[in-house]
Design a protein around this ligand. Structure first.
Ligand code: GDP
Length: 202
């Protein structure tokens, strides 16, 4: 899958604000500061598409981007890349947390064209309680999840396998592998685009 265009279309906090076009959706979620904006920019090769935040925990809207991609046979595919607000922000208050849970769960349950949730975790650390809870919630609701470990370039090559195993254990990953990604050098980008391409063609 080759991304040829990516464009911001809408932000939403309620279902009536979701964009009207009927396109398949691939959503991205993770703890704030996990590297989600950087990964989205790297995946779309579009610097500045998603804002890389100096102050984590700020994005509290669901952001939709239309991505146009080309298959090896030249066929074009259009899909929504859906950037969900980060969770686990230490300084968020009760009200903010409750609001986050309400509208993110609402998104998951009211998006019939959602094909895949890419859940991002930081490769450097074992998954945190909020990561485990998120993964469990997605699985309970039968949503397909691809776990992506971010900031791979920060871990020495010889340690990557051990860190991936710790994440797999921590999340109690049921099936499928974890993609190790680096927004800095593009490692894992082709693998993630392959997974997305396969899901979109199903
Ligand atoms: P978000 O809050 O999840 O959207 O995270 P950001 O994309 O804003 O990234 C948080 C911080 O991690 C920023 O300082 C990024 O430059 C850094 N970062 C993100 N991805 C990578 C990566 O793959 N490698 C390295 N070395 N740094 C990264």
């Amino acid at each position: 899958l080759n991304v040829i265009k990516a464009q911001y279309v809408a932000s939403a906090v309620r279902p009536d604000q979701y964009p009207p076009e009927e396109l398949p959706e691939i959503a991205f979620i993770g703890r704030s500061n996990v590297g989600k904006s950087s990964l989205i920019n790297s995946l779309c090769r579009h610097h500045g598409l998603a804002r890389v935040s100096a102050s984590p925990g700020k994005t509290q809207t669901i952001n939709y981007y239309v991505v146009t991609a080309k298959l090896p046979n030249e066929r074009r595919l259009e899909w929504y890349l859906v950037d969900l607000p980060g969770y686990g922000y230490a300084r968020a208050g009760q009200t903010q947390r409750r609001q986050w849970t309400r509208f993110v769960e609402e998104y998951f349950l009211r998006s019939p064209r959602l094909k895949l949730v890419c859940q991002l975790v930081d490769l450097r650390h074992p998954p945190q309680a909020s990561d485990v809870a998120m993964y469990g919630w997605l699985k309970t609701h039968n949503l397909p999840v691809q776990v992506v470990a971010t900031k791979t370039d920060k871990i020495g090559r010889t340690h990557v396998a051990r860190h991936l195993a710790a994440i797999k254990n921590g999340l109690k990953l049921e099936t499928g592998g974890i993609i190790a990604y680096s927004a800095l050098n593009g490692q894992g980008r082709d693998d993630l685009l392959d997974v997305i391409g396969q899901i979109l063609l199903k």
